[in-house]
Write a protein that binds this ligand. Structure first.
Ligand code: FAD
Ligand code: NAD
Length: 474
């Protein structure tokens, strides 16, 4: 079998690359080891986690109505099998859609594990009938989009059924009485929120001195306060797991750091301490492609590897490991294969942590500015001054712009609050378009909305804010 373009991996990076190439008339073979397209994001990540977070959010709103507004519905009755099948239905619908889209575009999909034999040949292994004779496939160009897999440090390695990674936790087989979440990052906080709302007593341990160490602390503060209450202060920073012993009734975990007890028993443990590139067993040593210590493929700004006819996109090509970054890099890669001079050079890749409240940011963060010794000004609008936030009882939010003091251009934005993930796109557009502060202050935002807080924060910078008093700039 020969492919003018072979794409390895059918996640948001791989299927985007395959579909875009097919739309240009390229004959594409898309190889994925899994029987369904969608990759980590659709099958075991973004989508199932957001389906469960939706349930968690509604449960929280019902509780808030009872506590704050005098409208009580009684205790929720959770039919776990139904929740699970509803979540699986969402995934199946979208995966089926991708299969149809591949078919309609004429993309040849092969279910197999691919491994490089040399820089122009792949060996395809697996059970599927779609694998060509002998499993050998040659190609002119290839795009590697094999994604990432969880990191499991030595003390956390165990065969215990009670210890889960995110994929296992998302299967939602049961709600453990007590759940230890190791890692206060994206996955730990999102899935910790889900399990707490569904009834587990959740403990979170994070080895850094705060949650989400890469995110600006003024944003994290709001989340940390609410999450701390939700898990009844069982949120331990500067803490790591040094040992885990499986027993028939529990996992016995030795904690080192600020936890109240050194050894504790948990019904289940979720390990979420980061992910590494899926480049092991890909046969890259048979090519000139280079990887770093976490297995990430070294690429130039056009996504080309050290083999110029092989490109890499998505998680396998490095941080940030986000689905929309993968899809965008796929666009760059296809442009490059068409001979265009496109580079992956985004000012603002948004990131959203879908906790309660959500945290979202785009462009430069204050931490990055400080590390780069770059002078920035910030303009903050606390949601306590927002009519909409007050009306919904969720004033635990903040909208912040980072502004270049010389050009007055918007160079970064951070938002914490309910729905921050939906609000951040305005900031992405403003930063990408090189907008100045006045472009936002002069754009009329509808009242009363949370999107107004982006305009309000810009007005704070100009000294023209109405909702809070900050003297005018002269
Ligand atoms: P993947 O989606 O991982 O796809 C890689 C594919 O390659 C897989 O299908 C795999 O089977 C296949 N493959 C691997 N090796 C081979 C091989 N040798 N041969 C053939 N096929 C192979 N990102 C967001 O932007 N928003 C979110 O809300 C979000 N939530 C997440 C929640 C969780 C729990 C997790 C784990 C991740 C989440 N992410 C989220 C991250 C997101 O899933 C990834 O950034 C995204 O899936 C990366 O896309 P990709 O195409 O690079 O790789
Ligand atoms: P992460 O990098 O977001 O967080 C891991 C956390 O674990 C860090 O805070 C780290 O300090 C901590 N940690 C590391 N080792 C530890 C140890 N031994 N004990 C205690 N804490 C430890 O990683 P993740 O949560 O596994 O997520 C992986 C990636 O998946 C993310 O970086 C992100 O790119 C992607 N993701 C994105 C979303 C989203 O976009 N909403 C959701 C989930 C995952």
């Amino acid at each position: 079998m020969h492919a003018p373009l072979a794409v390895i991996g059918g996640g948001p990076g791989g299927y985007a690359a395959a579909f875009l190439a097919a739309d240009l008339g390229v004959d594409v073979v898309l190889v994925d080891a899994a029987p369904r397209l969608g990759g980590t994001c659709l099958l075991h990540g973004c989508i199932p986690s957001k389906a469960l977070l939706h349930v968690a959010r509604v449960l929280a709103e019902v509780e808030e109505l009872g506590q704050d507004w005098g409208v009580a519905f009684g205790q929720p009755d959770i039919d776990l099998a139904h929740v699970r099948s509803r979540k699986d239905k969402v995934v199946a619908t979208l995966a089926g859609g991708l299969q149809q889209l591949a078919k309609r575009r004429g993309v040849r999909v092969v279910c197999a594990r691919a491994r490089f034999q040399d820089a122009n040949t792949l060996q395809l292994e697996g059970e599927s009938d779609s694998i060509p004779d002998g499993g050998v496939m040659t190609f002119d160009h290839a795009i590697i989009a094999t994604g990432s897999s969880p990191i499991v440090p030595e003390p956390l390695r165990t065969a215990s059924q009670r210890v889960m990674d995110s994929e296992e936790a998302l299967r939602l087989e049961r709600i453990p009485d007590s759940l230890l979440v190791v890692g206060g990052g994206y996955i730990g906080l999102e899935l910790g929120t889900v399990y707490t709302r569904l009834g587990s007593q959740v403990t979170i341990v994070e080895m850094a001195d705060r949650l989400l160490p890469a995110v600006d602390s003024d944003l994290v503060k709001h989340l940390q306060r609410r999450l701390g209450k939700l898990v009844e202060d069982r949120l331990f920073l500067n803490t790591r797991v040094v040992n885990m012993v499986d027993s028939p009734a529990a996992v016995e975990v030795t904690l080192e750091g600020s936890a109240s007890q050194a050894v504790e028993k948990f019904d289940a443990v979720l390990v979420a301490v980061g992910r590494r590139a899926a480049t092991r067993q890909l046969g890259l040593e048979k090519t000139r492609i280079q990887v770093d210590s976490l297995g990430f493929i070294q690429c130039d700004r056009q996504q080309r590897t050290a083999e110029p006819h092989i490109l890499a996109v998505g998680d396998v090509a490095g941080e940030p490991m986000l689905a929309h970054k993968a899809a965008h890099q796929a666009r760059t890669a296809i442009d490059v294969l068409q001979g265009k001079s496109t580079e992956f050079d985004k000012r603002a890749i948004p990131a959203v942590i879908f906790t309660d409240p959500e945290i979202a940011w785009a462009g430069l963060t204050e931490q990055q500015a400080a590390m780069a010794n770059r002078r920035v000004e910030s303009a903050l609008f606390p949601w306590a001054a927002s009519g909409r936030a007050q009306a919904t009882g969720r004033t635990d939010g903040l909208t912040k712009w980072l502004i270049d003091p010389d050009s007055r251009q918007l160079i970064g934005c951070g938002i914490v609050g309910v729905g921050a993930g939906e609000l951040i796109s305005e900031a992405v557009l403003a930063i990408e378009m090189g907008c100045e502060v006045t472009d936002v202050t002069h754009s009329v935002h509808p009242h009363p909305t949370l999107s107004e807080t982006l305009m309000n924060a810009a007005e704070v910078f100009s000294g023209t804010a109405l909702e809070i008093y900050k003297p005018r700039r002269r």
